[in-house]
Ligand binder design. Structure first.
Ligand code: PMP
Ligand code: GLU
Length: 408
């Protein structure tokens, strides 16, 4: 090209400068949880000693038999493309697991293997038109709202609070529905609050979905971490399979966050659309990681129980410890590995998080990262050793005692 052009075309500078950013990215920020994790990783790389209550991932290693299966897959040369919806054996195992553990009436053809976050992205992108309203809680896991915005949808929030154990209550959801509401996002056990829906909540939400003809995205990634009560899959309720997309995965149950492996279970009309997004984006998750997934579902499940048992003890430790520190108040969540305490120091949650990092070498995530209603709280992941929890609590106590003297 010599720079000459057809008549009528413009030269750079002759029209408004072209901004890279699409309209749909306005109002989309970087992920607060990923940012918090990056800060901790950087400080640790600099040799600083940080006790991290920030990122949400199990501190246990991936069980050895799962790692071995992936290594053997590599050794067998399974390093090429596989089916876009996932390796057939893995889809079959996921369907069996969903029938057995979750009572979801599904078959292998209803499963797509994909990282849980990607599953949420694909499901929302495939279902939401510009202007469609999507109902979710405030606070909620950091990525739902940005994904809704990227799809052109309108997030509509239902505030939840500690008085109701942060549960998403059907009556509150009913009060925000409009004829434009298309999708309801339910996340139990919950990130960031650790709340677990009761059976009556699940029934109420399902009644609403059927009565108002809504689709449901049920994010059940913390399913195996319920300490009191029971997990109830929405897609197992009568009449719900046809309108529910269930997201789950290996990250939390099998300590496999880095493997980027999870799944979505959906009725065929939804699955067909989600599948298109998968085929036109990541194609499929890593082939030999899927061999690890097969081993995880086929192998011993004891590690899940042991991990859940340990998390329960840590929850008790952190809740009790926080409530002993003046200025902190923490309810006892029933699941996941997060607490979402409130505080009464004269600063916002980002300032308090910065203070704790600088003064105490303790990393937490500001509650505001999870929505407006998260302000006045911080999220603490207790996926850390009991010794570190104890030490972190002591340091928080000391750093906050200084705050009290200064601030009040
Ligand atoms: N949903 C929730 C509620 C989460 O907390 C996370 C992050 N662990 C995800 C989805 C994404 O999971 P994954 O890292 O397995 O994609
Ligand atoms: N879900 C984890 C968290 O909330 C990991 C980061 C992310 O995926 O958001 O900390």
């Amino acid at each position: 090209m010599d720079g000459s052009m057809a008549p009528g075309l413009w030269r750079a500078g002759e029209r408004d400068r072209v901004d890279f950013r699409a309209q749909r990215m306005r109002g989309v920020e970087l992920s607060g949880t990923v940012k918090a994790a990056d800060i901790v990783a950087k400080l640790k790389a600099q040799g600083k000693e940080v006790i991290s209550f920030s990122v949400g991932e199990p501190d246990f290693p991936t069980p050895a038999h799962i790692c071995d299966a992936a290594k053997q897959s590599l050794d067998r040369g399974e390093t090429h493309y596989v089916s876009s919806n996932g390796i057939p054996e893995l889809r079959q195992l996921i369907a069996q697991k969903s029938q057995r553990d979750n009572k979801i009436p599904c078959e292998a053809k209803h499963v797509i293997v994909t990282p849980a976050k990607q599953a949420i992205f694909e499901s929302i992108l495939a279902s939401i038109d510009p202007g469609d309203e999507v109902v979710l809680t405030d606070p909620a896991w950091v990525s739902y709202e940005p994904i809704i915005r990227m799809a052109g949808g309108k997030p509509v929030v239902v505030a939840v609070d500690a008085r109701d154990e942060f549960r998403m209550l059907p009556e509150d959801v009913a009060s925000v529905l409009t004829p434009k509401t298309k999708l309801l996002i339910v996340n139990s056990p919950n990130n960031p609050t650790g709340s677990v829906l009761r059976e009556q909540d699940v029934r109420g939400l399902c009644d609403l979905a059927q009565d108002k003809d809504l689709w449901v995205l049920s994010d059940e990634i913390y399913e195996k971490l319920v300490f009191d009560g029971q997990h109830h899959s929405l897609a197992a309720q009568p009449g719900m399979f046809e309108r529910t997309v269930t997201v789950n995965g290996f990250s939390k149950s099998y300590a496999m966050t880095g493997w980027r492996l999870g799944w979505v279970v959906a009725p065929e009309p939804a699955l067909n659309e989600i599948s298109k997004v998968q085929q036109h984006s990541i194609t499929h998750p890593t082939s030999f990681a899927q061999a690890g997934g097969i081993a995880a579902l086929k192998g011993p499940q004891k590690s899940i129980e042991e991990m859940a048992h340990e998390f329960r003890a840590r929850r008790d430790l952190i809740v009790e410890g926080l409530n002993k520190i003046p200025g902190w108040k923490c309810n006892k969540p029933q699941g996941a590995f997060y607490v979402f305490p409130s505080y009464d120091f004269p600063m916002n949650s980002q300032e308090l998080s910065d203070h704790l990092l600088q003064e105490a070498g303790v990393a937490v995530t500001a509650g505001s990262a999870f929505g407006r209603a998260g302000e006045g709280h911080v999220r603490m992941s207790y996926a850390n050793s009991r010794a570190n929890l104890q030490k972190g609590l002591e340091r928080i106590g000391e750093a906050c005692a200084k705050l009290g003297q200064r601030g009040r």
